[in-house]
Design a binder for this molecule. Structure first.
Ligand SMILES: Nc1ncnc2c1ncn2[C@@H]1O[C@H](COP(=O)(O)OP(=O)(O)OP(=O)(O)O)[C@@H](O)[C@H]1O
Ligand SMILES: [Mg+2]
Length: 459
């Protein structure tokens, strides 16, 4: 379904221009004054409102305040004249998405701003619908993931969760392995049974051993009473062994025996006990490499590598970056009792361009920090701060800062910039036109024409 846009402007030319520009990709409704705009707004759930500041009886900003009191997450753009800079600044400060100045000189830029605003609206809506879905699947953790890479992964998780098979989760630090293990449990037939997790890298060998196997009274100094271990407690449920690559060689061979026999003995006892748990393991160092380096037993590797699922790094998740940022924004606004947001287009671009070496955890901390430190209102790129490395990715930096020779005429220099930019953009997007359109904020069709002009695409 096409998004719905409301254009409120008393100038017939402006209304017609925006309608012409957007009518193929959106359902455009027009209002020439505040009265008509109010009636339309009552009746239709708009994805975006473009509002002129100077209307016959109203000021655009006041009307938008009225609309936003009814729908706080309304995405809106204020259209101002050159003389109304103060209104424009007020609009952005109050959290409107952006402002545009009349007369429109650059139609591509206009289309790009509208496109970005619509993306923000759809991100808000997706999060709301996801919340409802998750509330229904009670017990499941909050998982944001609608990018193609995450949709694929979540499909696989759903399938394997229902089977009783061992799962190995591999992915860089902060990509969500813990979250995925909990999701497997929540979606499995064992969901109402116990879920136990232990970080194999965080405990000394003897402590981890007694935690997993349990012990009899008097098995060692301090064992004042018999205690069941996780192998026993996880019976009928799921056991999550995190950072499995950090397990000591001795424990690796004990675990192998448990998995082979589906039985174990408590420390200090020789009578075997049966257990039936489903094992989920996670590692941020690829296990195959650990085997090759002689640090992980090959036979154990084959036992646990039944279904391996790879968590994509955040930088490969496209729009999920913004969805996650909004999700964390809501969470920390609620936690700290603040009203920060929305993000300016510059902040959105910075979030998208960051490489996020610490993945989702790093993004989460970045947003938590902003909400904690800022008093409220819009979040601009500069608020994201250098600590979260939200600068342009290195491969986009060159293209963003070209160095045309000063001896070129302006037009030529511009052309050289564009050619250079388009080439780097296409490279960075791996030749994928939709991805390039998303990264650059240039509508796909438009981008295609430019790429063709420079000979980067042939058909
Ligand atoms: N898809 C997601 N949706 C929402 N929150 C997420 C998602 N993925 C991760 N998170 C959040 O990001 C943080 C890091 O995730 P998690 O602890 O699962 O990562 P990890 O891969 O286990 O990291 P490590 O390798 O360091 O143990 C957590 O606070 C988690 O709630
Ligand atoms: Mg983890």
């Amino acid at each position: 379904m096409k998004p719905k846009i409301l254009v409120v402007d008393d100038d017939r030319y402006t209304r017609a221009l925006i309608e012409q520009l957007m009518r193929h990709s959106a359902q455009v409704h027009l209002a020439e004054n505040g009265e008509v705009a109010r009636q339309l707004f009552e009746a239709i759930d708009f994805n975006l409102v473009l509002m002129d500041q100077r209307l016959p009886q109203d000021t655009g900003l006041d009307l938008l305040r009225e609309f936003r009191a009814q729908r706080p997450k309304l995405v809106a753009i204020l259209i101002t004249g050159h003389a109304d800079v103060r209104d424009a600044v007020a609009a952005v400060r109050e959290g409107l998405f952006d402002y545009l100045t009349k007369p429109f000189e650059d139609l591509e830029a206009l289309e790009a701003v509208i496109g970005k605003a619509l993306e923000l609206d759809s991100a808000y809506r997706e999060i709301d619908s996801l919340r409802t879905r998750l509330a229904i699947e009670s017990g499941a953790p909050d998982v944001i993931g609608q990018s193609p890479a995450m949709e694929r992964l979540l499909g696989q998780v759903r399938e394997v969760a229902a089977l009783d098979t061992t799962v190995l989760l591999e992915g860089e630090s902060g990509t969500g392995k813990d979250v995925m293990a909990k999701l497997i449990h929540a979606w499995s037939q064992r969901a109402s049974q116990p879920y136990l997790e232990v970080n194999c890298g965080g405990l000394p060998e003897s402590l981890l051993e007694s935690l997993l196997f349990g012990f009899e009274k008097g098995a060692f100094t301090g064992a004042s009473q018999a205690t069941p271990g996780y192998f026993e407690k996880a019976h009928n449920g799921n056991l999550f062994l995190d950072e499995i690559a950090d397990m000591s060689p001795k424990l690796q061979s004990s675990l192998l025996r448990v998995l082979q026999d589906r039985s174990f003995c408590r420390i200090g006892s020789t009578s075997p006990r049966k257990t039936d748990f489903r094992l989920i393991c996670a590692t941020n160092r690829p296990l195959a490499g650990e085997v090759k380096a002689g640090r992980f037993r090959e036979d154990l590797y084959y036992r646990i590598n039944v279904v391996a699922l790879g968590l994509p790094p955040l930088r490969e998740r496209g729009d999920d970056i913004i969805r996650l940022a909004l999700h964390f924004l809501d969470r920390y606004n609620a936690k700290f009792g603040k009203q920060c947001g929305p993000f300016t287009p510059q902040a959105v671009r910075a979030l998208e361009a960051c490489r996020w070496p610490g993945n989702v955890r790093q993004l989460q901390h970045c947003i938590e920090r902003v909400v904690a430190l800022e008093p409220g209102g819009i979040i601009d790129a500069k608020h994201l701060g250098p600590s979260c490395e939200c600068q342009l990715a290195p491969d986009l930096q060159d293209s963003a800062a070209p160095s045309p020779s000063p001896s070129l005429a302006y037009q030529e220099a511009r052309a050289e910039f564009e050619r250079n930019y388009m080439r780097r953009l296409l490279e960075a997007a791996g030749g994928n036109m939709s991805e390039a359109a998303r990264c650059s904020g240039i509508p796909r069709q438009n981008l295609y024409v430019r790429m063709k002009r420079w000979g980067f695409v042939t058909e």
